[in-house]
Design a protein around this ligand. Structure first.
Ligand SMILES: [Zn+2]
Length: 341
């Protein structure tokens, strides 16, 4: 059955806003990537406002925020920012809101720590180690050589990271404008991604955990060679299964939609096709790089390579955990996947 989401609102232009439910404003912001936009949310909150996800750190986006806050919120005040996860299109301007508008950051602790690791370019964000990891998984020279340039092109995606955080946790209820919102955390796309569900309003602010058209990037990182992020991602679906099917889902990319359960089924099926293709492809020893064209129909350039390789490895490791494949480093130091014996 073909999944057909219901999109109840018209498409917005960059910088345009729309009140999608009483006191909940959709702010559509540009992004300097192929994925050229992000949806951010400005919520009426008692005598002030709560910002959910903040946008990437470029001046144009800061200007759009100033304009939207003037127009919708008569200049503020902004009580807080709540950020779904550490990726800079979501967290980029939290420090700006803190500095300019005295808005504290609310976030899960793993995401906040991950952001600080990323900024320090250590551990998960040691880029020499990433290149080594790509090479070990069969990346050709042209992909590894261009990696640092790509990185340089996207410098300083965070305005400044807040040094303090108000920690939010799975199952916690957050009061916004007299209504309770449940925090639902999930892994796969990032370690402790937070979505927010308001049963009273039947609204789910889904972040990147559930998107209506594209699938979120689910990547293995070199710091966890045995990691199984795809399984964490699937496990998170169970936390959304008890929500009503007609919940209005506010995702970070594309458009608000209804049809949550169909979309969860669709995402599971999408990944299953890739798992089947990966298993089929690895009947002989193969590198993850060799497998990429079987999983991605589009051309993969230097910018997309890291995402594509990470996602391919996530599928391979899922099959390793389930006992179908074996991962082994051969004498040439290259890691290959083959049928488990
Ligand atoms: Zn993300």
């Amino acid at each position: 059955m073909q999944y057909a989401p219901d999109y109840p609102f018209k498409k917005l232009d960059f910088g345009e806003t729309l009140e999608v439910a009483p006191g909940i404003h959709w702010v559509r912001m540009p992004l300097p990537f192929a994925l050229n936009h992000i949806n951010l949310w400005l919520l009426e909150d008692n005598a002030g406002w709560t910002v959910i996800d903040t946008g990437y750190n470029v001046k144009k986006i800061r200007d759009i925020w100033d304009d939207a806050i003037d127009r919708i919120a008569a200049g503020g005040p902004i009580n807080r920012t709540i950020v779904t996860h550490f990726h800079p299109d979501h967290l980029g301007l939290a420090g700006w809101f803190e500095e300019k508008r005295m808005a504290p950051l609310w976030m899960t602790y793993a995401e906040w720590l991950q952001a600080h690791v990323a900024v320090s370019e250590t551990l998960t964000h040691d880029f020499d180690r990433w290149i080594e990891f790509y090479r070990d998984n069969g990346a050709p020279e042209k992909m590894t050589a261009g990696f640092k340039e790509v990185r340089e092109a996207f410098k300083d995606p965070w305005y400044r990271l807040p040094e303090t955080v108000k920690r939010i946790q799975d199952g916690e209820k957050i009061e916004i404008n007299g209504r309770m919102w449940n925090v639902i955390t999930g892994g796969g796309h990032s370690h402790e991604h937070a979505s927010l569900w308001c049963p009273d309003m039947n609204i789910l602010i889904a972040g990147d955990q559930i998107l209506p058209r594209i699938s979120s990037n689910i990547s293995l990182w070199y710091t966890e060679p045995d990691g199984d992020p795809l399984r964490h991602y699937f496990n998170s679906f169970e936390k959304f299964r008890h929500l009503p099917d007609d919940v209005l889902v506010l995702p970070s990319h594309d458009y608000p939609f209804r049809g949550l359960h169909g979309r969860l089924d669709d995402l599971r099926a999408h990944h299953q096709i890739r798992l089947d293709a990966a298993l089929d492809f690895c009947s002989e020893p193969q590198t993850a790089t060799d497998l990429i064209p079987s999983l991605f129909s589009r051309d993969i350039g230097v910018f997309e390579f890291g995402f594509a390789l990470g996602e391919t490895l996530a599928h391979l490791n899922y099959l390793v955990t389930d006992g179908y494949l074996e991962r082994r480093r051969d004498d040439d130091r290259i890691i290959r996947y083959r049928p488990a014996v």
